[in-house]
Design a protein around this ligand. Structure first.
Ligand SMILES: O=C(O)CCC(=O)C(=O)O
Length: 283
């Protein structure tokens, strides 16, 4: 197979103890430019008069619809909750109104696909012990200036559950992410406390099986990073991001990976694939 892990023992030790890891300069300026340019083109082509689906981490139950479910295998556009005025019209151009694009950019778009399956991701996953990893979802997250929505504290394993849990988040900053424009925050070490709850899809839609615990904001640390840095996030790490009230956007490209060897994808996850995702490698 020829894949060699690219994390050293200090990095692995940090990841295992804190539940996240920052890899600076993971993506080159050229790679960032091409991902951003491709997203600009996708947005230009998007006809926003046809529909408006909103992404909310507080009210996803209310805002969930077929468009959301079908996005698992498509390139779909979700608006910021605060993008619209009282009459339902956009308050700013569509380019500044979208919360995120997901959830199969890594499959459907050639630029995102080639980047998401590049050698450095394979080496990283190999270092983390993945045997037959698949990217189960990808998201281009805008965190728009002024209206970029919060992402409430959560664990990625809640949404993308395998038994046993194997999800890892790979969050790439496409712009500098700071406290001011809505960087990630995490509770270091919280991944060792296990999975708190699950996000279940059934015949009635989606719901959490338990209420969220309340977290002490003092326990969170900001993860401020430069454009090009990758934040590796353990699936049980409690993390969040705040609203972006600043005039500066905070674009990111995020992949979520699960293993397909030695574990079982849960049938009541929100993602139900018609076509199984292709493994990045098999070891
Ligand atoms: O980009 C953000 O603000 C949050 C992303 C996140 O929490 C995730 O990808 O799991």
């Amino acid at each position: 197979m020829g894949i060699v892990g690219n994390l050293n023992s200090n990095q692995l030790q940090f990841f295992n103890s804190d539940g996240y890891l920052v890899l600076e300069s993971f993506a080159s300026p050229d790679e960032i430019k091409s991902l951003r340019l491709k997203m600009e083109q996708l947005l230009d082509q998007f006809d926003c008069s046809s529909r408006a689906s909103i992404f909310s981490t507080r009210n996803q139950q209310q805002t969930t619809d077929d468009y959301f479910f079908e996005s698992a295998e498509n390139i779909s556009f979700f608006f910021e909750e605060k993008a619209f005025d009282d009459n339902g019209n956009l308050k700013q151009p569509k380019q500044l109104s979208i919360n995120k694009v997901g959830h199969a950019l890594h499959e459907r778009d050639p630029i995102f696909k080639s980047f998401s399956s590049s050698e450095k991701f394979l080496s990283l996953l190999y270092s983390l012990g993945y045997r037959k990893p698949v990217v189960i979802q990808s998201m281009y997250i805008f965190k728009q200036p002024g209206i970029g929505g919060e992402v409430v504290p959560h664990q990625d394993n809640s949404f993308l559950y395998t038994n046993p849990p194997t999800c890892t988040g790979l969050w790439l900053a496409l712009e500098d992410a700071t406290i001011t424009n809505g960087c990630l925050w995490a509770i270091p070490g919280s991944h060792t406390d296990g999975l708190v709850r699950r996000f279940i899809r059934d015949e009635t839609g989606v719901h959490f099986d338990k209420p969220s615990p309340s977290y002490d904001q003092k326990d969170f640390v900001p993860i401020e990073v430069k454009a090009g840095s990758l934040v590796v996030i353990h699936g049980d790490l409690i993390h969040q991001s705040f609203e972006n009230k600043s005039p500066t956007s905070r674009h990111a490209y995020s992949l979520h990976v699960v293993d397909t060897d030695g574990c079982k994808w849960a049938g009541d996850n929100w993602i139900r694939r018609n076509v199984d995702p292709e493994p990045l490698y098999s070891s």
